[in-house]
Ligand binder design. Sequence first.
Ligand code: NAP
Ligand code: NAG
Ligand code: NAG
Ligand code: NAG
Length: 377
Amino acid sequence: MVLDAPQALDQTGVLVILRLLCHDNRKKCLRIKMIVFRVVFAAFLVCATVYLITIQYWLPTATPPAKTENCGTGLEIPPIGIGTWLSERDKVAHAVEFALKSGYNHIDAALIYKNEDETGKGIQSAGIPRDKLWVTSKLWNADHRPTEATIAIQKSVQDLGVGYLDLYLMHWPVAFVPGGNRVDENTTIVDTWRVMENIARSGLTRKIGISNFSKRDVETIMSICQVCPYAHEFETHPYLQQQEFVDYHRDIGVKVIAYSPLANTNPTYKGNTKLEPILKDPFWVKLAEKKDATIAQTILAWGHQRGTVIIPKSVHEKYIIENLDALNINFTETEMKDIAKQDKRVRMNNPGKKWGIKLFADLDDPTQLDDDDDKEL
Ligand SMILES: NC(=O)c1ccc[n+]([C@@H]2O[C@H](COP(=O)([O-])OP(=O)(O)OC[C@H]3O[C@@H](n4cnc5c(N)ncnc54)[C@H](OP(=O)(O)O)[C@@H]3O)[C@@H](O)[C@H]2O)c1
Ligand SMILES: *[C@@H]1O[C@H](CO)[C@@H](O)[C@H](O)[C@H]1NC(C)=O
Ligand SMILES: *[C@@H]1O[C@H](CO)[C@@H](O)[C@H](O)[C@H]1NC(C)=O
Ligand SMILES: *[C@@H]1O[C@H](CO)[C@@H](O)[C@H](O)[C@H]1NC(C)=O
């Protein structure tokens, strides 16, 4: 008796049966071989399809979206840069050129400072090769939407005349309606981070980062990022040390860039607080004498030694050179502990009230929306 094909396939020892069949009927043998071949081929197709669907759709959501391992790595940002906020248009080109010729290789710029074209002239005049320079710029609040963002970074790159940026920061965790300063409730920081990621992929900047974010906002970005933030630029100095916040960034591998490193020395901050100028603070006067350095150098040296990148602004040659020398001062552990006690937890720069938004909510000195004593910015 001859088995029909499906039954034969149900058996173990299919090959034995095949051989038996082939003996007494060559035609039937060929038919059964064809069926076996088709079954194997169909099974192969099914497996291949399942495999392709798996790698296409299932795997990407199964792997964690955050790639935190390369946040603050890959490139080394120079430890000191020259700031350009409020640098007068007719002075900034010379300040930048002088700084670059004196040994700086890092410039902190922003579209909203309205002097990137002049800053660019300074960069050109210094004649430093592009790959020896670090240039940071920032995406303004009114440019968070994709079209505006693309135009904004192209304008910064062109005005600065650098071909590409090393770091592009989201200036604030707040979006404005394009062309104005009304808050755009429809654009979240996650939306904007996706725009930043696409900018990073475009090659117009080597790294992207954030600025003026609260801890919760940083956590939000860390939990969703596909390209992670290289650095976070925020206000920190001896009067607003935020040591825990600085340590937190070290733990997650995001570099800290300390803005307004000279605390209330920036004249714009005059009247924001009741504090005396830090350059007249007896603690710092005494420490500077001890270190045989100027007060500004001593303050900046602390910012450097605690591991933050410092970006003091000046348009005066004397100060520009003086500030660079801060890198040559070292403090003892005891001195560092004494400085830690000088924290006043006072923020100089907080436009949250003006914008009607609670900024820095989980940090020292947050915005008080209902507080009458108006801190103008
Ligand atoms: N991301 C942000 O939101 C943000 C916010 C604020 C600042 N920033 C960046 O951080 C940079 C620095 O912050 P900042 O400009 O607010 O303040 P800063 O650098 O702490 O202080 C600047 C002021 O200190 C003076 N100065 C500089 N060196 C001095 C020295 N050795 N002795 C005495 N006075 C000295 C400058 O005078 P002269 O200029 O007259 O020489 C200027 O008035 C900004 O320029 C900007 O690039 C970023
Ligand atoms: C934070 O906000 C201030 C005020 O608008 C701005 O000047 C500064 O550049 C912002 N910080 C950074 C790091 O962009
Ligand atoms: C935000 O979205 C709402 C609903 O889609 C729309 O009516 C409103 O005009 C949008 N606001 C802005 C500033 O785009
Ligand atoms: C300061 O300390 C660093 C690291 O410990 C060291 O490399 C440097 O030579 C020291 N500089 C001075 C001026 O003592």
